[in-house]
Design a protein around this ligand. Structure first.
Ligand code: 13P
Length: 244
């Protein structure tokens, strides 16, 4: 563990209806005073209801994307200010699913992060290599390149978190070796403009592998997909981070 703040962040992706707020409530009840930051990023439709359900608790709520503009004619898009107004404090940006499904470039991610910071949100900026890039020995070049272009001017530990998510490890049950995670996180840390920025690992983090991942020096927490949907699973990951 570095000296950066520890954070367990859950990304619900395109999952979750109002009934699933029960999981968020159960999590908040189980962890009234967590020894690390705890964040849930539900779909935009649930942000306000989840923020209400979690008000007064230690669990924070975040968005999964925002537009780079503050307002305007962008049908279907959501601004950072709207997220903040709904109760979000953070926003995931440049997730590999958005880079792949919506053609988001690192330059666009940096513009979105600027918008997020202007709205008072913390940006969680995602980077990660594909399997073919790893096989070609390009992992460090790819993730460091994405980091350089995705971090906006003025990124500090107060407004930015970075998540390393190997694309091939997302939702697959496969993870890099601990040495491979350590190598990428060490390289990311070296390139950060503010060394206190938290570095999360994401990609098939589960209760069973969380502790060993959190024992890696430059891993400050996790960005969790599938295992964040259930309070029991996410709770076990939070417990592992608290103990790290
Ligand atoms: P999984 O934990 O389901 O592999 O997803 C990781 C992820 O993409 C979090 O943003």
């Amino acid at each position: 563990m570095s000296h950066a703040c520890k954070l367990a962040a859950g990304n619900w992706k395109m999952n979750g209806l109002r009934a699933d707020l029960e999981e968020a409530r159960a999590l908040a009840k189980a962890y009234p005073k967590p020894d690390c930051g705890v964040l849930l990023c539900p779909p935009a439709t649930l942000i306000s209801a989840m923020a209400e359900a979690l008000s007064g608790s230690a669990v924070m709520v975040g968005g999964q994307d925002c537009h780079a503009s503050a307002a305007g004619a962008h049908t279907g898009d959501i601004s950072a200010r709207m997220l903040a107004d709904s109760g979000a404090r953070q926003v995931i940006l440049g997730h590999s699913e958005r880079r792949a499904d919506h053609g988001e470039t690192s330059t666009l991610v940096a513009a979105k992060a600027m918008a997020a910071h202007e709205a008072g949100l913390v940006s969680i900026i995602c980077v990660g290599e594909t399997e073919s890039e790893r096989d070609a020995g390009q992992t460090l070049e790819v993730v460091l390149g994405q980091l350089a272009e995705s971090l906006p001017a003025g990124a500090t530990a107060a407004n930015t978190v970075v998540a390393y998510e190997p694309v091939w490890a997302i939702g697959t049950g496969r993870t890099p070796t601990l040495d491979q995670i350590a190598q990428v996180h060490d390289a990311l840390r070296a390139q950060l403009p503010d060394k206190a920025i938290s570095l999360l690992y994401g990609g098939s983090v589960k209760p069973g592998n969380a502790a060993e991942i959190f024992a890696i020096g430059n891993v400050d927490g996790a960005l969790v997909g599938g295992a964040s949907l259930k309070a029991a699973d996410f709770g076990a990951i939070i417990a592992a981070l608290e103990a790290a």
